[in-house]
Design a protein around this ligand. Sequence first.
Ligand SMILES: Cc1cc2nc3c(=O)[nH]c(=O)nc-3n(C[C@H](O)[C@H](O)[C@H](O)COP(=O)(O)OP(=O)(O)OC[C@H]3O[C@@H](n4cnc5c(N)ncnc54)[C@H](O)[C@@H]3O)c2cc1C
Ligand SMILES: *[C@@H]1O[C@H](CO)[C@@H](O)[C@H](O)[C@H]1NC(C)=O
Ligand SMILES: *[C@@H]1O[C@H](CO)[C@@H](O)[C@H](O)[C@H]1NC(C)=O
Ligand SMILES: *[C@@H]1O[C@H](CO)[C@@H](O)[C@H](O)[C@H]1NC(C)=O
Ligand SMILES: *[C@@H]1O[C@H](CO)[C@@H](O)[C@H](O)[C@H]1NC(C)=O
Ligand SMILES: *[C@@H]1O[C@H](CO)[C@@H](O)[C@H](O)[C@H]1NC(C)=O
Ligand SMILES: *[C@@H]1O[C@H](CO)[C@@H](O)[C@H](O)[C@H]1NC(C)=O
Length: 482
Amino acid sequence: MVHRLSGSFAMVILANFAATLACDVNLEALFEPYMSPGTLIAEANDANFSDVASPRWSEWNSPTWTGAIKPETVQDLQNIVRIASAHNISFMATNGGHGTSIIYGTVTGVDINLENFDTIKVDLENNHLIVGAGVKLGNITEPLYNAGKAVPRGNSPCVGMIGATVGGGIGFETGLYGLSIDALESVRLVTAKGDLITVSDNQHPDLMWAIRGAGANFGIITEATFRMSDQPNNGNAVVGSFIYNSSRTLDVFEELQTLDDILPAELGVQLGISYDRTTSESLLTVDMKHFGTWETFQPHWNTAIRLGYTSATVKNVTLVELFANLDGPCQSGVYINGGTVGLGRTDPQTMQEVFEEMTEFYKNYPGYEGETLFQRYANNKTLETPLSTAVYPWRDTKTFWLHENIYTEPALEEPSIRLLLSLREKLQATSGFSEPHIYINYAYGDEGPEGWWGKANLAKLRKLKAKWDPKNLFGHGTPIFS
Ligand SMILES: Cc1cc2nc3c(=O)[nH]c(=O)nc-3n(C[C@H](O)[C@H](O)[C@H](O)COP(=O)(O)OP(=O)(O)OC[C@H]3O[C@@H](n4cnc5c(N)ncnc54)[C@H](O)[C@@H]3O)c2cc1C
Ligand SMILES: *[C@@H]1O[C@H](CO)[C@@H](O)[C@H](O)[C@H]1NC(C)=O
Ligand SMILES: *[C@@H]1O[C@H](CO)[C@@H](O)[C@H](O)[C@H]1NC(C)=O
Ligand SMILES: *[C@@H]1O[C@H](CO)[C@@H](O)[C@H](O)[C@H]1NC(C)=O
Ligand SMILES: *[C@@H]1O[C@H](CO)[C@@H](O)[C@H](O)[C@H]1NC(C)=O
Ligand SMILES: *[C@@H]1O[C@H](CO)[C@@H](O)[C@H](O)[C@H]1NC(C)=O
Ligand SMILES: *[C@@H]1O[C@H](CO)[C@@H](O)[C@H](O)[C@H]1NC(C)=O
């Protein structure tokens, strides 16, 4: 009965409809008859709710879940969308739980946990990596390494692979391979009608354009197929981490500026401003990931020495080690909020002002543990893919600024958000862009669709939304009409 959708299915939905109010739904009664046995369902107040819902990375402005469903099969997922749609039950499909912004805090509905769709296939014959909706970035590292292959990908192991991809997908290998969406060849998508369709440049090409940057808004992707490249330097890399104190920061920012047009593709750089509470000083950490040999790293190391670091570690690593050691274990339930703006040029003076404003803030608020990151990946490769292939509009971004406020005292909420907005305004002013370039996956949430997808794309994007998701079932965290 469950596996064949027929007239009786529609009749059950209609029969139940009158009796169902959005605020007063028994999820098990409504969904369970149409689910396979392995599907888990929990009401928000069930003791075992957290076994069913996805973990959330940050508690700040998190959605209010009215329940959770963890489907076992794609057919279950299709039925969930159909039933929820027929009963006007709001939901959001989640995987890594790393989506964060002020808008997520306004979301109310059922969490659809995609974790069970955790298959990974390396198809050497067709040169494809095929990942399911439950796959995290950390899960693809070893299979790719073992096959000698790579795809452009985000860094953080606990982030959802598809979640990161549908906003663009950036990481240390962006210089070499471009964005995740540039390698995304096709997806399997559960649509608002509950249909399962394939979307690619040949099948529904306009929808494919929209999925490459606004992919949370058009359905639930069950599986994504990426084109692979050969991995760099036989899977070996050199990582260098260099720490500078306040006497050297301006020199470091000026050095970064000299690389604006010539940063090598194989060198991913992240600059992080943080504070050492034992020595009471702000620090600038420069992390370099060099997808090349020890010998070819030497010039970068020499530059780091010339700039006068206070401490350094330089290591040979495999790509497995490189991606495994970026974060600690998967965190959930932390309290972090953040924001971003994209930079088209390095302005050393502005970056120095950011360093100073952060320092002042750390001193004024002893409980504050935030940090600010500048992720600098060469974008020449990203620019090789035409703008017209994707709704993602910001290929000219050279540096992704990512600010993270970390604190436990509620009193820090208001001042730390003022800090974030102040830094963002400063950086935007000298970014080289008149139109703010907001990477949607890092958004604070107040920038709106123009900031995320570009003014020029909105008419087409909204037309597609109206066609594919007229009841606005999907993408409540990143709304196209707002
Ligand atoms: C610590 C940290 C590190 C990060 N590092 C990077 C990085 O290196 N590179 C980068 O590009 N981004 C990075 N991000 C941003 C990250 O890509 C986004 O937050 C992304 O939305 C997270 O996806 P998720 O599955 O983990 O989160 P979720 O909260 O589970 O989902 C986020 C959004 O994606 C949608 N979504 C998830 N899966 C699907 C699917 N299968 N079909 C349709 N919609 C789906 C959800 O509905 C939701 O709207 C990072 C974020 C954090 C917090
Ligand atoms: C959760 O608990 C309820 C009642 O205690 C039970 O009916 C249900 O099967 C449990 N679900 C899971 C996923 O453990
Ligand atoms: C659906 O639910 C929303 C609130 O979740 C409500 O605003 C809307 O009016 C409802 N629509 C219908 C057709 O019941
Ligand atoms: C995928 O990664 C997550 C997060 O690190 C981990 O909990 C899970 O066990 C991994 N799954 C597989 C199949 O390796
Ligand atoms: C990247 O593109 C710029 C502008 O076209 C060019 O000047 C530069 O040499 C390129 N950099 C690399 C590393 O190829
Ligand atoms: C920075 O470090 C150097 C030594 O590495 C030290 O001489 C200098 O006093 C430090 N400057 C500040 C401002 O702490
Ligand atoms: C890294 O590997 C190179 C050889 O490729 C070797 O010369 C060098 O000493 C190694 N460095 C460290 C720190 O092990």
